[in-house]
Design a protein around this ligand. Structure first.
Ligand code: GLU
Length: 482
């Protein structure tokens, strides 16, 4: 590629970032970095009815947290601003007028009621295009008269009829459509705001966008956009429409079947690295011969290419995300993981003053965590000063003569040890087993019950390592009294 790659993420700020939208941002980012290009954030906020307070800040915050860094945008310098469409209204107006002059657009003065009636008729007649293009026939005099009367108007695209529009999408391949099937799209609304189509095309051109990478739901707009590019005599950028995200039942990913806002995932304690890794694989793969699925951002940048974006929808599989997050949690730098975990300990009301203790807890439980909001459940055990033994079977096991012998031996050995690590405890168990002849389940099961109250949980040496010898001895003594 000779010219510098410039791509953009162009969200409409409607409250929260949908994971699908974020995946689009990520693909743009990876593509830009892979090609040493620029990544632009443009806020498409021309639909005032959908405006939500704080949405832009939220969006920027999420991108920052995820490390999806843009080079130009609302809060960054750039030669192509402003990056808010609402601050570019005069630009769109000027371009709409230019199209009128070129006879590629026209004024239309229909009232909402007239348009409603037209829609009804089109439906009855089985016509594809709803607007019957009637304002194309207005004379100059009529137009002038209405304008003088201040009659509300829109500006519509004059779709050239009877032509074939053909474009090549880098993901979907060649697409053709006859222009007779395309509506004379409104470009400028009666309130002076542009529609998505006009603003999007004008900005992509003026901002020097070379590749448009966005969700496939926008592909139906492309023919209109191509007509606009042609009308302005502009080159059409390369396009790549990336597949929709789907629920496991193959319906479009929706709130009803789980979280769709990125914030929700962050709040639950999915790690940024895991989220990015997971999202990159939603509709893209690194190609054959690659066996791993775990990639750092740098590896993703290095491997990313549009030629490996899949055509069909990508299932959002939460089990896979959980698996991946667990992989990251297991191998994460422990100190960094601790920093990330402290809010979750606090959220569940645990005392977080003793950091080295928390670190031990975390190193023991992290293999069991799919996400950090599970910390409370997994860590609770380590904050208890008493073990509740409830089941009758457990009680009778503890009262068994062998149990007594084993516990007393362990207590004696632990008394000689101040700090106890996992290896020390493994050795203690081995020695006790050799000396008493009690082994396997007969040795471990009562011990586990005494130390956890249940038959499952972290491995015993890990557990004892966190408890320390004093607390372990206390629990064993308590159990002997049961
Ligand atoms: N504003 C559109 C959106 O909300 C942008 C679509 C595009 O990338 O062209 O997704």
């Amino acid at each position: 590629m000779s010219e510098q790659v410039r791509v953009r993420f162009a969200p409409s700020p409607t409250g929260y970032i949908h994971v699908g939208s974020l995946r689009t941002a990520l693909f743009n980012y990876l593509f830009a970095r892979h090609n040493n290009g620029k990544f632009i954030l443009r806020i498409e906020d021309t639909d005032q009815s959908r405006y939500v307070d704080g949405a832009v800040e939220n969006l920027i915050k999420s991108l920052n947290i995820l490390g999806i860094e843009y080079d130009e945008g609302p809060d960054k310098k750039g030669d192509y601003g402003p990056y808010f469409q609402s601050q570019r209204l005069d630009i769109y107006k000027k371009h709409a007028m230019e199209l009128i002059e070129k006879d590629m657009a026209y004024y239309a003065f229909e009232t909402p009621e007239e348009l409603e009636e037209m829609k009804r008729l089109a439906h009855l007649e089985g016509r594809v295009t709803a607007y019957d293009r009637r304002a194309r026939n207005l004379t100059h005099e009529e137009i002038q008269k209405y304008l003088n009367e201040n009659k509300p108007y829109v500006i519509r695209l004059k779709v050239p009829l009877g032509e074939e529009i053909k474009f090549n999408d880098l993901v979907k391949g060649t697409i053709k459509i006859n222009t007779d099937h395309i509506d004379d799209q409104v470009l400028l609304k009666s309130d002076g705001f542009p529609t998505y189509h006009l603003a999007n095309v004008v900005d992509d051109h003026l901002m020097g966008i070379t590749h448009i990478i966005r969700g496939e739901e926008w592909i139906t707009s492309v023919p209109k956009h191509v007509i606009l590019y042609n009308a302005f005599n502009w080159e059409v950028p390369e396009m790549a429409h990336v597949p929709l995200l789907l629920n496991p039942d193959k319906t479009k990913l929706s709130k009803r079947q789980g979280d769709v806002a990125v914030e929700d995932y962050l709040q639950k304690g999915y790690l940024v690295e895991a989220l990015n890794n997971f999202m990159a694989l939603l509709g893209w793969n690194p190609g054959e011969g690659e066996t791993s699925e775990i990639f750092s951002m740098n590896e993703l940048i290095e491997k990313f290419s549009l030629s490996h974006v899949q055509v069909h929808g990508a299932v959002f599989n939460i089990e896979k995300l959980n698996w991946m997050n667990n992989e990251y949690i297991k191998s994460y730098d422990l100190d960094k993981l601790l920093d990330l975990s402290i809010p979750f300990f606090e959220r569940d009301g645990f005392d977080t003053s003793d950091k080295s203790f928390l670190k031990k807890v975390l190193s023991t439980i992290r293999v069991y965590l799919n996400k950090l909001d599970e910390i409370g459940d997994q860590a609770r055990l380590f904050f208890q000063n008493e073990i509740k033994i409830e089941s009758a079977d457990s009680v009778s096991l503890l009262q068994n003569e062998n149990t007594k012998i084993v516990f007393e031996q362990i207590i004696i050995k632990l008394q000689g040890l101040k700090d106890i690590n996992t290896d020390d405890f493994k050795q203690v168990m081995k020695d006790v087993s050799n000396e008493t002849g009690i082994k396997g389940k007969d040795l471990f099961k009562p011990l586990r019950i005494a130390l956890t109250g249940s038959e499952s949980g972290p491995e015993l040496p890990m557990l004892v390592n966190v408890y320390g010898s004093e607390k372990t001895i206390k629990f064993l003594r308590d159990a002997l009294k049961v």
